[in-house]
Design a protein around this ligand. Sequence first.
Ligand SMILES: Nc1ncnc2c1ncn2[C@@H]1O[C@H](COP(=O)(O)OP(=O)(O)OP(=O)(O)O)[C@@H](O)[C@H]1O
Ligand SMILES: [Mg+2]
Length: 338
Amino acid sequence: MGAFIELDRVEKVFDVRKRTGFLKREVRRVRAVDSISFTVARGEMVGYIGPNGAGKSTTIKMLTGILTPSGGRLRVAGIDPSRERMRLAHRIGVVFGQRTTLWWDLPLIDSYRLMHRMYRIPDARYRENLDRLVELLGLGALLDVPVRQLSLGQRMRGDIAAALLHDPEVLYLDEPTIGLDVVSKARVREFLRELNAERGTTVLLTTHDLQDIEQLCSRVMVIDHGRLVYDGALAGLHEAGGGERTLVVDLARELPPIEAGPTARVVKVDGPRQWLAFPASESAAPLVARIAAEYPLVDLSVREPDIEAVIAKMLSSMGDASVPAPGRETVVPGAQSS
Ligand SMILES: Nc1ncnc2c1ncn2[C@@H]1O[C@H](COP(=O)(O)OP(=O)(O)OP(=O)(O)O)[C@@H](O)[C@H]1O
Ligand SMILES: [Mg+2]
């Protein structure tokens, strides 16, 4: 007990037919998810990250019951998603940033009315949830607008509200901030933080934006080539990846490279601007203080490494042992057709 989401050596294999020549075809077997095990406790907010094609969306689709695992055991709230997809649907909410669950040609409010009926949400609860979500996500002026006329950020907020009308215990978010501007991203993050804190909603979040994870998730799981390669705190991920952040400083004038102590080094100089790399696990404060004391500092900013860079570094520092050779795409013997 205790685990709300439970995966035990879950696999998903796709057979993809590929044309390899005139009248020649080959079946390639893609191991999109390769023996993944993890558990998520009720109320946790977990980041699920990894490079393109790593298997994140495939995992989420299995957790909703859209896809059936090829192997292993999977439970959400004690339910086997692919066998009891409808029963599970009442307890989970899903947002796929890349596509909408809303009715394209209908005003936003009509989609919500349809969901009210589809999920058989009691009237009072529906009204209460709708009012709350409209307020928190700033949807008031948008309810009568057809979904196709909404901007990406407006539509995403509309989708998040749709996923929560029926009070799901867990929310899967597959890139909910993709393509959003800084203000909309901040708004979505703020909302998710409140949802998790006030309602105890369990959240599984997939994103390519490291700031989503930094601001929301105390735990992060990294998947690469269908395998779970890291599960722990974000700080630990930086350490495992030997990640570095960059301090960008503007000096009053052009000067030789700053001497900033043992852990920081200048990686670029352009006129009065200098870039210093320092370990991501360290605070920037002492470094800034040292520079400010000895140099004519005008302005500064800290740049985070992007997720792909951190993961790439982590994978290379682990060596190739973790990556199954010759890769998970294999030609299925005897499956050639002509
Ligand atoms: N329906 C499908 N049929 C065949 N192959 C698929 C199918 N869905 C996914 N794949 C393959 O499975 C692998 C994992 O895909 P998935 O969409 O889960 O990646 P992802 O981690 O979500 O990547 P991204 O960051 O690009 O969204 C990829 O190699 C992809 O081509
Ligand atoms: Mg994806």
